[in-house]
Structures are given as C-alpha cells and as structure tokens.
Ligand binder design. Structure first.
Ligand code: DAH
Length: 356
C-alpha cells in the first residue's frame, strides 16, 4: 500500500497548517487546488488508491480519506471567513474625515455658441421661421454658382475657400468644398419646397483665414429665408427689428446700409443701435467698447433674393419674391456674453466657458 492511513493523516495535518497560514485569497486558492482539485488534488489521488487496496483494508482507509477531506474543507472555510472579517476590520479602522468639503459637482451647461443658436432659432420661430440644417461639405454649385457667383467672379475672393479633394478622384466640373457660408441652403431649401418658405438655417462654416480676435477658420452662421407672394424690404426690416428687440431687449432701432451681395438685389447690411450705450457711442466710462463708439452694431448681410436665384430653382418670379439675411453666430454670442475674443469660444478653457 503506497499510502497508509497514518500517511494520509500526516498529509492532512500539513494541509490544515498550510491553509491556516494562507495570507490572502490567492494563497488560499493555491491550497484548495493542491488538496481538493478534482483532477489531481490530494483527496482525488487518495480516492483512486482505494481501488488498489485489499478489501479488508478499504473501510479504514476510506474513512481516513473522508476524514482528511472533511478537515481540509473545514480549514478552508474557516480561513476564508477569517480573511474576510480581517478585511472588514481593516476598512472599519480607516478613519473618514467627515469635515472634508464634498467634491465639487460639475453641472453640465450649454456652450455659449449652442445657447446663442438656440436663442436665434427660438426668436425666429416666434416669427414663423422653421429651423433646418444642411451639409457642411458642399458643392461649388450651391456655395457659389447658384448664388450668382460664377467661377471668375471677384466675390469669390472674399471667401477664402477650403476645397475638398476626393480620394476617388475629382470631377473638374463639380468641385467640392467646405461651405463658406450658410447661404447655399437658400438654394437647397427652394429646390425642395414650394412657397411660402420661411426657414432659418444655423450651422458651421469654414474659411481659410488667419485667426485673430474676430476671425476663426471655423465659425457659425445663421441664415434666414422667406419667399412668398407679397414680400418687400419692409417685411425684411420688420423681421430683423423684432429679432433685434427679442435678442437684445429694449427699444432697439435697426438701420439698413446699402451693400452688395451677388445673390440679393437690392442688398443691405443691417445694423442695430448698440444695446449697451443705447446708440450714444459713449458710456460713463468713455467710448463704448461694445460698438466701438459708432453707436451701431453691424449684424448681418441681407436683401431681396435675386430673381436669377429664384428662376434657377424654377420659381415663377412674376408671382414670388422674398428676402434673405445671414450673419455670424459668434458675433452675436460675443455681444450677448461680453466676450472680447472669438477664440475663447473654441479653446475649451472651462474656466472661461463656465463664466459666461
Ligand atoms: N452669406 C453672406 C456672407 O457670408 C451673408 C449674407 C448676405 C447672407 C446677404 C444673406 C444675404 O442671406 O441675403 O457674407
């Protein structure tokens, strides 16, 4: 007989000692495998040996195996419980300083540009304008051609365009770009809808520009478009008048100054009287910083939609006409939040963004 009853007892004594000394759960697991593993643990090996014994020896040996197994299992269970309660005791012993101030809760808030876009679309919704969005990667056709800015037109010079190269190869007749303004959506909307049309299009635009306090190569615009049977410049002025009052409050005045855009005729630039100095150009501390002392804040380009653009989308120009306006979201956000530098909006400095 390879293993006697007393050998078995000795091995079980060793096992119980080893288990009692196990320092942690990992050591305990090593011991459990060594003694109780079904594959090649001590008990399994001893059980296999049973078959090799003479019939007379089997009962005593079998009993010894059962006894060894019972002791090892009890030792494992006992050590496991001891380790667990030691862990609990240790963590109870740690002192918690209840006088520490709690960690600051950071509430999410909307980015000032998103807030301004919401405000613009909310105000224009009260005047019946539906907010729609369009693609930022755009065809030359919508960004320029359809807006009366053909390939050699000098108006292209003011839009420092970022062109897109397709990895599949470019069609020289259909150049692609990052839209330089939201005006291409005028054409897209008119292509898809019949008058009456009243939409506002907020969105990202791109220009290849040197960055300074009032320019960034990524910025946002809002575009308004209204087409109907009897619209005039007076309606345009009325809409922008209400827009200015709702956005800036008080008794805002608006004024048109003649301007030129290829896709509107006539074209104008709209200015609001300054909501800080009420148009005076000065405050008690001197020249008004918000309007630069002029008393006026230039806000957007606008005009009556050019008949060529209407014809291009198949509208009957003897029946329909309309107006459009478009301006910079960052500019309004700077005015509304008193932000002196456009770059503060996109630098992601939470100290600034949380303060406005
Ligand atoms: N898209 C023009 C720009 O970025 C601004 C503009 C001018 C928009 C006149 C209009 C408009 O809708 O009628 O400079």
């Amino acid at each position: 007989m390879a293993t006697t009853v007393s050998d078995l007892k000795t091995r079980a004594d060793e096992a119980v000692r080893e288990i009692a000394a196990a320092a942690d759960d990992a050591a305990l697991e090593v011991a459990r495998v060594r003694y109780l593993s079904r594959k090649d643990g001590l008990i399994t090996a001893a059980t296999k040996e049973l078959a090799t014994l003479a019939a007379a020896d089997r009962p005593a040996y079998g009993q010894a195996v059962n006894e060894a197994k019972r002791r090892i299992e009890a030792a494992l269970e006992g050590r496991q419980a001891a380790l667990r309660s030691a862990t609990i005791d240790r963590s109870l012993g740690e002192s918690v300083d209840l006088t520490l101030p709690p960690r600051r809760v950071r509430l999410a808030r909307m980015h000032p540009i998103s807030r301004t876009i919401r405000e613009i679309t909310r105000v224009l919704a009260t005047l019946g304008f539906e907010a729609v969005e369009g693609p930022e990667v755009e065809w030359d056709y919508y960004n320029f051609e359809a807006l009366n800015i053909p390939r050699d037109h000098p108006a292209r010079d003011k839009f420092n365009t970022l062109w897109i190269q397709s990895p599949l190869g470019d069609d020289p007749d259909r150049p692609m770009l990052l839209r330089t303004h939201t005006s291409p959506m005028q054409i897209r909307v008119m292509e898809q809808r019949q008058p009456p049309v009243r939409v506002v299009v907020p969105g990202r635009c791109y220009r290849f520009e040197a960055t300074d306090a009032t320019h960034e190569s990524l910025f946002h615009q809002y575009e308004g478009l209204a087409i109907d049977e009897q619209l005039t410049m007076a309606d345009l002025k009325g809409v922008l008048y209400s827009f200015a009052r709702q956005l800036f409050g008080g008794e805002r005045k608006v004024k048109f100054r003649p301007d030129y855009f290829p896709f509107t005729e006539p074209s104008a630039e709209i200015a609001f009287d300054c909501f800080v100095c009420d148009g005076a150009g000065v405050t008690n501390t001197g020249r008004c910083a918000t309007c630069g002392g002029s008393g006026w804040i230039e806000a957007a380009g606008c005009g009556m939609v050019h008949p060529d653009a209407l014809r291009r989308v198949g509208y009957d120009t003897s029946r329909y006409q309309g107006f459009a306006f478009g301006g910079g979201v960052e500019r309004l956000a700077m005015l509304l939040t008193g932000t002196p530098d456009i770059r503060l909006f996109h630098e992601n400095d939470m100290r600034y963004l949380e303060s406005v």
